[in-house]
Design a binder for this molecule. Structure first.
Ligand SMILES: Nc1ncnc2c1ncn2[C@@H]1O[C@H](COP(=O)(O)OP(=O)(O)OP(=O)(O)O)[C@@H](O)[C@H]1O
Ligand SMILES: [Mg+2]
Length: 226
């Protein structure tokens, strides 16, 4: 089943002399449960593409459907709610709320929605993330790898339609990177979570089901790995 459809997506920044075509007519689809890697040189448009898929930024033209919803047809408020429920975002720098502890950061999307926290699910997630003994720690009391695990927990708690990760291991040493990749794979296999991941690391990309390569804002290849 198709979970994401990207059609003729374009993003231009600036005007005339300063115009940059960051994304040039990108089209592809992703099936539910797929693990897709996006690779390409610095400045090729990877983050731009991910932000447009996630409804963080608006395209100059083109469309994005997530689980059948044409997201840019939603008004500003509806898009914000849709994003909170259906898109899990993970960045290189963890973007945690500094005054909230581990459990509060992970459950934030639910609480913003006025939803009750499923304690069983929360304790499952804390166990998978190996954060059971850090529940009340604040972000600045955690290692980089632990902070990234919290941001993964926050991305997964709602069981979103897609998880989007922009170089989630870019700031971590090799062991912590391995743990983060294993967690993303577990969420993909165990919960059939669709994951789209930007990476510079060829070995990490080869662990995906499919690799999209982007060059100068254009998707130049879309290849199944397995
Ligand atoms: N807000 C902006 N205003 C103007 N130009 C921008 C803006 N954001 C990105 N760009 C330009 O768009 C192009 C694509 O940027 P993008 O951040 O998507 O690249 P990237 O592939 O993620 O690179 P990296 O691997 O370095 O993160 C770049 O040439 C960049 O300079
Ligand atoms: Mg980027």
């Amino acid at each position: 089943m198709e979970i994401l459809r990207v059609e003729n997506l374009c993003k231009k920044y600036g005007t005339k002399d300063t115009e940059v075509v960051a994304l040039d007519n990108a089209s592809f689809t992703v099936e539910r449960g797929e693990f897709v890697a996006i690779v390409g040189a610095s400045g090729s448009g990877k983050s731009t593409l991910l932000h447009l898929i996630g409804g963080v930024d608006r395209p100059t033209s083109g469309k994005v459907w997530i689980d059948g919803t044409d997201i840019y047809e939603l008004d500003h408020d509806k898009l914000a709610i849709f994003r909170r429920r259906q898109v899990g975002l993970i960045y290189q720098f963890y973007n945690l709320i500094p005054i909230l502890n581990v459990v509060e950061n992970i459950t934030l999307p639910l609480r913003l929605d006025g939803k009750k926290v499923d304690q069983k699910k929360l304790s499952d997630i804390l166990a998978i993330l190996e954060l059971q003994n850090r529940k009340e720690h604040l972000p600045n009391q955690l290692s980089g790898g632990q902070q990234q695990r919290v941001s993964i927990g926050r991305a997964l708690i709602n069981h979103p339609a897609i998880v989007l990760a922009d170089e989630p291991t870019g700031n971590l040493d090799s062991r912590a990177s391995r743990e983060i990749m294993d967690l993303l794979k577990v969420s993909n296999r165990k919960y059939n979570q669709t994951v789209i991941l930007i990476t510079h690391d060829e070995n990490i990309a080869l662990e995906a089901d499919r690799i999209l390569t982007i060059e100068d804002g254009r998707i130049i290849s879309n290849e199944k790995v397995r």
